[in-house]
Design a protein. Structure first.
Length: 98
């Protein structure tokens, strides 16, 4: 197996993750927050070893979309030596805000 890719988070993606975490703290229990953090760690591990696992966007060929939970989607790109997480979306929160 090749050397794992380095995973970098943009400022936007970190702010998205913090926002989701705050939402979980307000609406749910610490157990859900812990599960969310575990999902992020598992996503990092998976994408660092298999960056082509998740499908490419039809409109933006470099962008990939990973649904790490039915309520959480991660968008990322990768090149020859790193994976860059561009943004995260909490699908549940957006439906609740509508």
């Amino acid at each position: 197996m090749d050397k794992p890719y380095k995973v970098e988070w943009t400022k936007r993606s970190l702010l998205n993750a913090i926002s989701i975490k705050h939402y979980l703290i307000q609406k749910f229990t610490i157990n859900e927050v812990t599960k969310f953090e575990g999902l992020l760690r598992q996503f990092e591990l998976t994408v660092s070893n298999f960056p082509t696992l998740y499908p490419e966007s039809k409109s933006q060929k470099q962008l990939r979309r990973a649904v790490i939970h039915k309520n959480t989607t991660v968008y990322y790109i990768f090149d020859k030596d790193k994976v860059t997480v561009i943004a995260m979306k909490d699908n549940r929160k957006e439906k609740a805000d509508s």
